[in-house]
Write a protein that binds this ligand. Structure first.
Ligand code: E4P
Length: 223
């Protein structure tokens, strides 16, 4: 299981990398646009913060295969390091995935809402497929069920593609997706931090310190 940060906010990425076991960063055009600054400078800054080795998933905007391929080259050449090109699972996107795989690009198929979209993307050569859990839940769909079915298809046909479950708004969605065997999840920092939150953890830690202080009149083990 891998955890990615689903943000382009530099402070969130710095904090996420400092505290948590982060495999990399995922972005999409909306996430980047939110930062309201030169997007290439932003992407280069993210690369500096995460280093060359961590996975950086950057999405194309084009909707014609030939332009998707141009954007993929541009992203790889400009940002460098361990890059995954995110490509939406439209027909031209699938064509681009097939062609880019021949050039050994690493690909994340994105904007996935059905198991069959994931299957086609995996057969085309996508390394990751990104189903959007919360967006499905928001229209009375079942994001976790889609993950379960993608996992079943990948297992049944021995496909190497991994599930990069995306679009999370709460801990329960992450928990259920993990139980279904999603290989990875990409989370906003806030949702990641909420994975740890529990009032009993906080009160337990407080009690440990209070009891220690009562016995030894100090709040540490060593000076
Ligand atoms: C990641 O690959 C997706 O683009 C992202 O998780 C979508 O998240 P949202 O539904 O919160 O916009």
């Amino acid at each position: 299981m891998l955890i990615f940060l689903d943000t382009a906010d530099i402070n969130s990425i710095k904090k996420g990398i400092e505290y948590y076991p982060i495999a990399g960063v995922t972005t999409n055009p909306t996430i980047i646009a939110k930062e309201n600054r030169d997007y290439l400078d932003l992407l280069k800054d993210i690369r500096k913060v995460i280093g060359e080795e961590k996975m950086f998933h950057i999405q194309v905007l084009a909707t014609k295969a030939e332009n998707i391929i141009k954007e993929a080259h541009f992203i790889k050449d400009t940002i460098g390091g361990n890059i995954y090109i995110k490509i939406p699972v439209i027909r031209e996107g699938i064509k681009a995935i097939k062609m880019l795989k021949e050039e050994n690009f690493k690909i994340t198929a994105t904007a996935i809402f059905t198991p069959q979209q994931a299957l086609v993307a995996a057969l085309a050569g996508a390394n990751f497929v990104a189903p959007y859990v919360n967006r499905l839940d928001n229209i009375s769909g079942d994001g976790v069920k889609v993950i379960r079915q993608i996992k079943k298809l990948f297992d049944t046909y021995n496909l190497d593609s991994k599930i990069l479950a995306a679009s999370f708004k709460n801990v329960e969605q992450v928990h259920k997706s993990s139980l279904e065997g999603a290989h990875s999840v990409t989370l906003p920092l806030e949702v990641l931090e909420n994975l740890l939150h529990h009032p009993l953890t906080d009160s337990s830690v407080e009690a440990f310190i209070k009891d220690w202080k009562t016995a030894y009149n100090q709040t540490y083990l060593i000076d």
